[in-house]
Write a protein that binds this ligand. Sequence first.
Ligand code: FAD
Length: 475
Amino acid sequence: MVVGDISTGTEVLVVGAGPGGYVAAIRAAQHGLDTTLVEKDAYGGTCLNHGCIPSKAFITASSLAHEAGHAEEMGIHANPAVDMSQMRSWKDDVVDGLTGGVEKLCKANGVNLIEGTARFKDDGAVRIEHGGEGQGSETVEFEHCIVATGSRPIQIPGFEFADDPIWSSRDALAADSVPNELVVVGAGYIGMELSTTFAKLGSDVTVVEMLDDVLPGYEDDVARVVRTHAESLGIDFHFGEGASGWSPDGDGAVVETETEDGETASYHADKVLVAVGRSPVTDTLDVANAGLEPNENGFLETDDRMRTDVEHIYAVGDVVADSPMLAHVGSKEGIVAAEHVAGEPAAYDAQAVPAAVFTDPEIGTVGMTEAEAEEAGFTPAVGQMPFNASGRAMTTGHTDGFVRVVADEDSGFVLGGQIVGPEASELVAELALAIEMGATLEDVAGTIHTHPTLAEAVMEAAENAQGQAIHTLNR
Ligand SMILES: Cc1cc2nc3c(=O)[nH]c(=O)nc-3n(C[C@H](O)[C@H](O)[C@H](O)COP(=O)(O)OP(=O)(O)OC[C@H]3O[C@@H](n4cnc5c(N)ncnc54)[C@H](O)[C@@H]3O)c2cc1C
């Protein structure tokens, strides 16, 4: 650890070691650039420490417990006891393994690692304050900088994450006991993933959402499958209600809500999870000193090379304007930025970006919906395969949902897909590849798929769009 204020230089300085930043740093080093990565908290960022990975660990473990306790039909009679403290410790081991791996990979690729908080002094240098008393600070001059400072959960007025019964997603993922009653504010993807998790672990879950359905942005028939299943898990939804305040009640809280018409309601909770979205982090690094001006919502605008208005300063990941807040998007942007710095002809020009929601069942989407295809001037050919007609889905006991493929009727090119059902997060990769490769319905339908697999439903949906499905009625 460096003590005192010394000054060093680097060709590429990356600020933030989440999936945007660490990937950018490794790729820059792979191109032979002298690269320094500075992180104030933990390697792997939100994704590995407080987001994708811990949430998926809890989702897997809670689903296993739930399935084992609900498999009488298969002849399995069990009543699994959940030791939340052990579950958390297993989750922490998964996280530690991955974050340790990121640190090792960075070092093995020759990335210089500095622990501390970077703040711009000007557009050519940052001052890095090291954590801990007496650890001092240092100045690092850079030729190029990649800002990858990510995002944080949005707080709503009156619901401070610092107050005990109020949980951010990060607090929920650090839980070592299961609340008897959980109120979740927000039915977006994080709210829905965590509602499902805690419902499966035994909490009585109430979800309060201002809009009129779960998962805004997803098509009605996709969201409906998830909502219906969540209701069957006992989750109680209250749509059209905004959380307006809360008051302490013993160790818990009473949450008050209000509709647009001024009708009020209240719900008791041991914990209150607020999951209403995330906002970009630019205030940790004094961006104005470098001449950067975040937009009105705090995001940094970039071009398709990930350059900000200050040409030698790039931005990647959640901090970027008009870019989905997804780990794989941040990593792709990180690669583009690093390669552009290295003089490669890199640009962010993804044909389509897949997204997944790890609810029960899962959602996987990519590219255009039917309505979007029409709006873009295509005549869409749409095919669908319900999972209740899939042999493999039946053998897993999970038959809710469907695969839908959207293509251009004239050329047959696959334009998009919406999957809701078992392993949708995995299955969507086939359609993402199809779109990226310019595959047609014929290509997808003509590819021999292993039997019996869930992936056969993708093939069958493509056949259905051509009016040639065997295992479902053609439209
Ligand atoms: C509960 C939850 C579940 C999620 N699930 C998924 C999922 O399933 N799939 C998916 O694709 N995405 C998921 N996400 C979103 C995903 O975590 C983010 O899109 C991703 O982490 C963004 O990566 P990033 O590199 O831009 O930023 P981050 O991962 O947020 O990393 C930014 C890093 O910068 C550091 N930093 C900030 N300021 C400074 C500074 N001044 N100096 C030094 N370091 C600094 C921070 O400490 C942090 O480590 C989830 C998020 C949450 C909260």
